[in-house]
Design a protein around this ligand. Structure first.
Ligand code: ARG
Length: 460
């Protein structure tokens, strides 16, 4: 018989059982469910709602059950609907009728809310550790390439010379914000809903604060209706992971472009690339492509849960059972993407020469050539026009600003001198950009210091 079967005159249809059941996916909450029950039952004992002997018997039974689940000795039953009722039924089989007191002063509504909060909290810590590894790898690579000149792009057209280190540190900043979003999500998750009951608490003298403290929550959910209806923390995580995936996806897109023959800025390590079943020459950036591709499902999970929640009257509705697969899928996806992306990055080879050549052949120093004229007294708009003409000359004569004879420079404007070549050399262009946040070695080294500081802070 079902744990809620008393009011029913006949068995539920098999289709109903199958449709209603969540055990196939919420079984991963077994540990959180048991830990939550232990805290609840301890409190029931302290408060004299059940006797100390009863509380101890239930707690021992729960611990033994947890052991057996971890050893793989337990199979869950679809007819028991979800992890909460499976655990209770298994416990009753093992320790007898005292197990039936475990659910005193509790509903599955506050129980499931508790389990997901505990689970989300644990997983955020795992995700933060993975993200931190990625940030350290990005920082190391950026430091190694603080003087590796490459073209910076706008509109995917070569724009101005930068360094690979400068480019990579842009990703460091994105990941730093992602990290902070995870902290924010953790903070929102860290409230205990237990004691909310079905929606209106209970008439037993529960000590909610005790349970919250036992489970290391920062506080209790202040309103019982909100306690059972709130899935904002799930959405916060789904959003945080969506933005993180968006960053990984943009990075992936660059890795895909850079590893192409057309760019050939990097070579991926063989261990982190794949071949083709028909074309023997192929070495494909499948990992980066899959990360880019999986971004879609993580966005989808966010939209899916937002849509599930949007029309729900307070308080609990069964629709909310749909939260779990979406949440689990995004967490699982990031737990796969983050470590492999980090390894791919740590092992790639940078083709510095190709990067330099790309920076030298795309007029990336044209802005600096205009600035050279400004420093000699021209207005920027006039300088822009002069250099535009010179670029046009180079394009039609298939040459570059560096290779253009001084006589040609002078024929367009007499103010040019021999020092123009030094002014437009790529390393002058990069070194000259000493503004904070820019690519010059000084500015970059400042950024490295701040980045290190952030990483040390989050270590403590
Ligand atoms: N399996 C359910 C869920 O995931 C547990 C809560 C069920 N509560 C209820 N009143 N039917 O949401």
């Amino acid at each position: 018989m079902k744990l809620w079967g008393g009011r029913f005159a006949k068995e539920t249809d098999q289709l109903t059982d199958h449709f209603n059941s969540s055990i196939s996916f919420d079984m991963r909450l077994y540990k959180q469910d048991i830990i939550g029950s232990i805290a609840h039952v301890t409190m029931l004992g302290h408060q004299g709602i059940i006797t100390n002997e009863e509380s101890c018997a239930i707690i021992k039974g729960l611990k033994d059950l947890l052991d057996d689940i971890e050893k793989g000795n337990i199979t869950f039953n679809e007819k028991m609907e979800d992890i909460h009722m499976n655990i209770e039924a298994l416990l009753t089989d093992r320790i007898g009728k005292v197990a039936k007191k475990m659910h005193t002063g509790r509903s599955r509504n506050d129980q499931v809310a508790l389990d997901i909060r505990l689970y989300t909290r644990d997983e955020i810590l795992v995700l933060k550790a993975f993200l931190k590894d990625l940030m350290s790898t990005v920082l190391e690579l950026a430091k190694k390439h603080s003087e590796t000149i490459m073209p910076g792009y706008t509109h995917l057209q070569r724009a101005q010379p930068i360094t690979l280190g400068h480019h990579l540190m842009a990703y460091f900043e994105m990941f730093k914000r992602d990290y902070k979003r995870l902290d924010f999500t953790y903070e929102n998750t860290n409230y205990s809903p237990l004691g909310s009951g079905a929606l209106a608490t209970t008439t037993y003298p529960l000590d909610r604060e005790f349970v919250a403290k036992t489970l290391s929550f920062s506080d209790i959910c202040a309103n019982s209706i909100d306690g059972v209806s709130d899935r904002d923390f799930c959405l916060d995580l789904l959003y945080s992971l969506s933005v993180l995936m968006m960053h990984l996806s943009r990075f992936s897109e660059e890795i895909i472009l850079w590893s192409s023959h057309e760019f050939h800025f990097i070579d991926l390590d063989d261990a982190y690339s794949t071949g083709s079943s028909i074309m023997p020459q192929k070495k494909n950036p499948d990992i980066a492509e899959l990360v880019r591709g999986k971004t879609g499902r993580v966005y989808g999970n966010l939209m899916s849960l937002l849509t599930t929640m949007k029309g729900l009257p307070l308080a609990y509705n069964k629709d909310m059972q749909e939260d779990k697969e979406r949440l689990f899928d995004s967490i699982d996806t990031l737990k796969m993407c983050l470590p492999i992306f980090t390894r791919m990055l740590a092992t790639l080879t940078v083709c510095e020469k190709n990067m330099y050549e790309a920076a030298s052949s795309g007029f990336t120093n044209a802005t600096d050539a205009a600035d050279y004229l400004v420093k000699k007294g021209l207005a920027f708009r006039d300088a822009h026009e002069v250099i535009g003409k010179l670029v046009l000359y180079c394009v039609t004569h298939q040459t570059s600003l560096e290779d253009l004879p001084l006589a040609i420079y002078k024929s367009i404007h007499p103010i040019f001198e021999e020092d123009v070549y030094e002014a437009i050399s790529l390393s002058t262009c990069v070194k000259g950009r000493q503004v904070k946040g820019g690519p010059s070695p000084e500015a970059l080294s400042d950024h490295f210091k701040k980045a290190h500081h952030f990483l040390t802070l989050i270590d403590s």
